[in-house]
Design a protein around this ligand. Sequence first.
Ligand SMILES: Cc1cc2nc3c(=O)[nH]c(=O)nc-3n(C[C@H](O)[C@H](O)[C@H](O)COP(=O)(O)OP(=O)(O)OC[C@H]3O[C@@H](n4cnc5c(N)ncnc54)[C@H](O)[C@@H]3O)c2cc1C
Length: 394
Amino acid sequence: MEKERDVIIVGAGPAGATAAAILAQQGHDILLLDRQSFPRDKICGDGIPNGVISIMNGLGMTEKVQAAEARGDFNPLSQVRLVSPKGHTVDAPLIDRNDGTKSYVAPRKVLDALIQEQAVESGADFRQAQAQEPIVENGKVVGVRAKVGSNGSTQTVDFRSKLVIGADGVTSVVARGLRPKEEQHVDGHRAVALRAYIEGIEEIPHTAEFYLYEEINPGYAWIFSLGNDRANIGLGMRLDQFRHTKRKLEDLLYEFLDMPDIKKRLKNGGNLRDIATWQLNFGSQKGLKFAFDGAMLVGDAAGFINPITGGGIHNGMISAELAAKTAHEALTAGNTSLSQLKIYQQRCQEHLYPSLRRSYRYQEILMRFPRLIDFLIRRGQENSQVAQIFLSKL
Ligand SMILES: Cc1cc2nc3c(=O)[nH]c(=O)nc-3n(C[C@H](O)[C@H](O)[C@H](O)COP(=O)(O)OP(=O)(O)OC[C@H]3O[C@@H](n4cnc5c(N)ncnc54)[C@H](O)[C@@H]3O)c2cc1C
């Protein structure tokens, strides 16, 4: 029999591990579950905006971040390049936050393991287990049913807690168990993207490059510099539009690499590895629920990705902070029912929703009037604020 915990957090990605670290540091009894052991890969562009680093510093990770940069695992970013369909280019310097934090390109295998490690060092109890469904009794979530053990000797265990936080990413079983079907993400608020690592590319040092062009509008291709002729490379598209193209993302990637401006930068054709696709759920869809009786959803499980940039790590960690604050108040009050947790819904609406919704409106405009992209990037050559706005959405 497993003892009842204060909080079970399902998923130890940046959102889940952040919530776990905060709540464990406050002295709560936290069980952090993930179906994978760490370090593990997560399909991503690895673009880490400085807001993420600021939150990591708040968790007590300043030295870990500095050490990762010194080892060369975190490659600092100094500028963003935007390239329009007609080839107009704007380079915008990145402005450090007031607290001095930088943005990076950091492989998720490294980044996520550091935050998960911080959660464990803060006192969270980590277990490798694959959640199957939330346990609901009399309409209230009271725990999680999960499979533990490896091939051949798996067993199903009921883990019980006062509160459950679903942080199990875009395919969340916690969200699926709690949100009615009609409240789940529709194709117009989703994207699909492909990521690969490339070796043998003449990179633009410390630069995140974004290529916006018609075949993948609304969406973009990216090259994020990792140093030493290596980069994270990929492309993504809004799912409803992608379905119309009837193309494969991998073919679109090869076409991107074949563009003259990219091709001439490849050494011996470039060496691609770890090509993989994954989904993204935008935070712009109306009417999504994040708070339930006995449970909350954070990060990609809730769907907080920015529709224009595809960035979701920062929003995921902000939602984790909001959920941890709400959980702490609920545990202190001895009430983890929806009447207490519904403030989390309100906090997400205030802190995250307005900018996500705005980004979606911009995306709709750019989709309908693609020539605007050329116009804006040309304007950006004169006024780097346009590029700064794009970056601040990452
Ligand atoms: C191709 C691509 C490129 C992207 N590029 C960027 C970028 O450059 N910058 C950026 O900010 N964002 C980017 N994103 C979005 C970003 O990856 C996500 O927003 C971010 O990972 C969300 O973090 P999370 O902790 O909510 O979820 P995740 O990072 O997905 O973590 C979820 C965790 O839950 C675990 N899990 C899943 N199911 C279960 C289960 N049943 N039981 C137990 N554990 C489970 C998983 O193993 C995982 O560890 C990109 C996404 C894609 C697909």
